[in-house]
Design a protein around this ligand. Structure first.
Ligand code: C2E
Ligand code: CA
Ligand code: CA
Length: 448
């Protein structure tokens, strides 16, 4: 979750996030902190800006009540104030973090080391146990550091640098991080998330379709929908560049709804022309876990008048292994409505072989990593054939992904593996370009 940035130190003290003077622990207010930093900048002296956020304050509030949190923060503030030299200052922010300006970090050549040492003292002070109403508690913290002049020449730059570093420390589970030039900026991520959300509303997404072919004669049996973002300035963006962002920010729910709707619309359009391939739809666990997923999918399928058996939803093996307990009831519901479940990227997710028989999948898609080196590397080839036999032993249909060469096709044909997907057979293309391949398709039996 985004916490309020230290960069608010650069904002007016009147903003709700402004650093405030903490009468109880005697910490300096925002103006004092700014003055201290401005003094270092004006004098061209090195200085460190340290932004520290203690972890689990909400847990303390839940377990011991809000007055205990106040006491704790006061004690923390006092400890940090005790670390400050005569030219340093410390303030508490309105979101229960602490900001400290340390001016005695040594000469410019040594300032980074000096700043890190100061950050270590801050972290030690926050980590050491606190005694509150007779109980002892110890908390971890995330500490971000930026250093003048190394990381910026203005208060704004230094604040932002310390805040970004603090995000990095938090992403690593806590501790200290020094600002790095070129570090990924979580605020950029938030802006990208806003653009993606807009893109969905503006219908800038599109589905491309890749054939799933019968090995024996290469004819199309089905197809997989792969989402793309047609960005008005950038052009076509592939899912690897926005699906992970969508998953982290919850946008995947809106994105998944869009994909579900467009897939059903396209299926109905094809069905009206007598084309009824099986349609693979990629889903993320977060979509599945959202209440009512199965009902919404079934309603969308019914509204478009398409056969539920034509919809195959693909979930990766690793997602399945990670959350099979919570996902199983949803899978059961979707399958009860007639749709099929394909385990995607099989072999990359390390499911225990002994649990394979519990895999509730009609289709297993072998991860394309297994085709690397096949057939020239005999060991890679044996491993591929082994995993194919294991997958087939579950009774599911097996699709091999990532077939790129004639030699691979021949090998798979020779071993009688039935369904293939890959650039050799067809690339993902927009619906109108895919339609000719579909016209030569084999009509799957209803209900398998
Ligand atoms: P995936 O489900 O494993 O999809 C197959 C990916 O492999 C596609 O990449 C496809 O273009 C690529 N591919 C197919 N044949 C070959 C081949 O012979 N060689 C190589 N090197 N690659 C091949 P794409 O379209 O970039 O999609 C990447 C991933 O993004 C997908 O992997 C899937 O996990 C995710 N994705 C795509 N569409 C959606 C969606 O609508 N929702 C969600 N949640 N994820 C999606
Ligand atoms: Ca897939
Ligand atoms: Ca796959």
């Amino acid at each position: 979750m985004l916490t309020r940035p230290a960069s608010t130190l650069a904002a007016s003290p009147a903003t709700p996030y402004a650093v405030y003077n903490d009468g109880l622990s005697g910490l300096a207010g925002c103006a004092h902190l700014r003055a201290s930093l401005a003094g270092a900048l004006a004098a061209g002296e090195p200085a460190a800006l340290i932004y520290a956020i203690p972890h689990d304050i909400a847990l303390v509030a839940d377990g011991m009540g809000p007055p205990a949190v106040q006491t704790l923060l006061d004690l923390m503030g006092r400890r940090l104030a005790g670390l400050a030299g005569p030219r340093d200052s410390v303030a508490r922010t309105a979101d229960d973090a602490f900001v400290m300006v340390v001016r005695d970090v040594g000469s410019e050549g040594r300032a980074l080391v000096g700043a890190e040492e100061a950050a270590e003292r801050v972290l030690d002070a926050l980590n050491a146990p606190f005694s509150i109403t007779g109980d002892e508690i110890a908390l971890d913290a995330s500490v971000g550091v930026s250093v003048h002049p190394h990381h910026g020449a203005t208060i704004e730059h230094l604040c932002r640098g310390a805040d970004l570093a603090r995000h990095e420390a938090q992403a690593d589970g806590g501790g200290i991080a020094l600002h790095r030039a070129g570090a990924p900026d979580p605020f950029d991520r938030l802006m990208a998330a806003a653009r993606l959300r807009r893109a969905i509303e503006r219908d800038e997404l599109e589905l491309h379709w890749q054939g799933i072919h019968r090995a024996s004669d290469r004819r199309v049996m089905g197809t997989e929908a792969l989402v793309r973002w047609r960005h008005p300035d950038v052009g076509l963006i592939y899912p690897g560049d926005f699906v992970p962002l969508a998953e982290r920010t919850g946008i995947i729910e809106a994105l998944g709804d869009w994909v579900m709707r467009d897939l059903c619309r396209q299926a109905a359009e094809w069905e009206s022309r007598g084309l009824t391939p099986k349609l693979g739809m990629n889903v993320s666990p977060r979509q599945l876990r959202r209440r009512g997923f199965a009902g919404r999918l079934a309603a969308e399928v019914a509204n478009h008048g398409i056969a539920p058996e034509s919809v195959v939803f693909e979930l990766t093996e690793s997602d399945w292994v990670r959350s099979s307990d919570t996902l199983k009831p949803v899978l059961d519901e979707v399958r009860a409505a007639g749709m099929m479940f394909a385990v995607d990227d099989f072999g990359a997710g390390y499911s225990s072989l002994s649990r394979l028989r519990e895999l509730p999948a009609e289709i297993i898609k072998i991860d394309r990593a297994f085709l690397r080196g096949v057939p020239e590397d005999p060991q890679a080839t044996e491993i591929l054939l082994g995993i194919l036999r294991v997958a087939a032993a579950t009774g599911a249909d097996v699709t091999v992904e990532g077939v790129e060469t004639e030699e691979q096709l021949e090998l798979l044909q020779a071993h009688g593996f039935s369904f293939l997907q890959g650039f050799l057979l067809s690339r993902p293309v927009p619906a109108d370009q895919f339609e000719p391949a579909l016209r030569g398709a084999i009509v799957p039996e209803r209900g398998r």
